[in-house]
Ligand binder design. Structure first.
Ligand SMILES: [Zn+2]
Length: 452
């Protein structure tokens, strides 16, 4: 998210947050019966199962005929339906403004996203507003995904090693979950951050720190690189905004397999975030077409007017130049080759969208990214892994990402099998978040309240 957008947001007028709308009874027992479970522990479907949820946790899973439904449990008939773990968006941004963030959270949930990794607020004051939203969601006072939050990107070119260590200590003490590093961070600041974060067990994720370079980023223990295009920028000095030079000539395809191999060997997670890169191209090609997409009405008005409309849309303004648009397309082609090579090498992949930056509608973009991954050669199971269990491993959490007893009751009920066709993740019949059940009517109401 660019700074100019943030300043406009700062000046924009405020409006009341949406009223809370979370089903009550977080301590109740719910049984989903006769359902096909895709547990995401292996590429399999378990037919005719019953899943018992007690409070926020999955208590038991078993064959429907042999699993007793506790007395008093609410029963949800899962016949003919498919139960998968709730989806994870590993790359979102919140604003610290309740009117924006409550809508983003509600729309994510309505589209089956039960966990989201927030990579640094949009720079607005009041950092702790995101932590308060996290608390309110966890307590069931607001509808939304479980959030893991980075305070703000570390991007100070003069940061010392001590400064980097202090920054990690402050963020950790304040209750943030991970550190986000950005392009201009100094090498010494990066060393301080990665060292102290390692000591405190905080994941470091983000861009390639340009002064350190790609190889040092991979060697630092940085848990993840967000945006596939990061591989192009630092290494090749690729700049899609350049209107003069032949940028695509810089993109040496002989390097693709090297990138994939060193990333796999480092065990670094990659969040390609193709939807946002594709949106830059789409917004430059035909902004009216893109803004007319029905899901765009779920972008809060303040944000829409600050960053999506033609006069404020940085992407459509910058990439209207044919030379720049040509560079973008060349960059996307290269990134697709890179994704395919990384998949072959076994690089762990994540589904992330950068929502709600221009072009990425919360929730809707997750389903689009899953489809992107399948179109590039992942099986539906591999793509779903990127959108569920891989994210738990990325954060070194063992309480979400699969349908197993003991896990958080974050579940997505689908009317058709996503292993047959990944687009079936959109056939949502219900969402459970921390044991709270949202049926189709509740999800429709969440969306209706969130529309601009
Ligand atoms: Zn981002």
């Amino acid at each position: 998210m660019k700074r100019s957008i943030l300043l406009v947001l700062l000046a924009a007028c405020s409006r009341n947050p949406h009223p809370a709308s979370v089903p009550s009874g977080g301590g109740n027992v719910i049984a989903i019966t006769h359902v096909n479970v895709i547990p995401m522990t292996s590429d399999t479907v378990l037919g005719d199962m019953t899943v018992i949820v007690r409070g926020e946790r999955i208590e038991a899973i078993g064959r429907a005929g042999r699993t007793a439904v506790p007395a008093g449990a609410r029963v949800i008939d899962g016949r003919g339906r498919y139960l998968i773990p709730g989806l994870v968006d590993a790359h979102i941004h919140l604003s610290n403004r309740a009117d924006i963030d409550s809508v983003v959270a509600a729309v994510l949930l309505a589209k089956g996203v039960t966990t989201a990794i927030e990579l640094g607020g949009m720079g607005l004051p009041g950092d702790s507003a995101r932590l308060q939203l996290r608390t309110a969601i966890n307590a069931g006072h607001r509808p939304g995904p479980t959030l893991y939050i980075a305070r703000a990107q570390a991007n100070d070119s003069t940061m010392t090693r001590e400064g980097g260590m202090r920054r990690v200590e402050q963020d950790h003490a304040a209750g943030y979950d991970l550190m986000k590093v950005y392009n201009r961070l100094s090498v010494e600041g990066y060393r301080g951050i990665t060292l102290r974060a390692h000591q405190l067990g905080m994941p470091v994720v983000g861009h390639v720190v340009r002064p350190a370079g790609l190889e040092a980023t991979l060697g630092s223990g940085q848990r993840g690189i967000v945006h596939m295009e990061e591989f192009l920028y630092q290494y090749f000095g690729f700049r899609s905004s350049d209107t003069l030079t032949a940028q695509d000539a810089k993109l040496d395809t002989a390097v693709v397999s090297y990138f994939a191999r060193i990333t796999a060997e480092a065990g670094t997670y990659v969040t390609p975030t193709f939807v946002t890169y594709q949106a830059m191209i789409a917004h430059a090609e035909d902004l009216d077409r893109e803004l007319a997409r029905p899901e765009v009405r779920y972008i809060p008005a303040t944000l829409y007017n600050a960053a999506w409309i033609r006069e404020k849309n940085e992407r459509s303004l910058m990439f209207a130049h044919p030379r720049r648009l040509h560079h973008l397309r060349a960059g996307l082609h290269y990134q697709r080759l890179l994704l395919q090579a990384m998949h072959r090498e076994g690089v762990p992949l994540l589904v992330g969208t950068d929502a709600p930056v221009a072009g990425a509608v919360p929730g809707f973009s997750v389903h689009h990214e899953l489809q992107n991954l399948v179109e590039l050669g992942l099986s539906p199971y591999e793509a779903l892994s990127a959108g569920t269990r891989n994210a738990a491993a990325y954060l070194r959490k063992d309480d979400f990402g699969t349908v197993e007893a003991g896990r958080r009751a974050d579940l997505l009920l689908l009317s058709s099998n996503p292993l047959d066709d990944i687009r079936n993740t959109r056939a949502i019949a219900g969402v459970m978040a921390r044991g709270r059940w949202f049926d189709e009517g509740a999800l429709a109401a969440l969306l209706a309240r969130s529309a601009r």
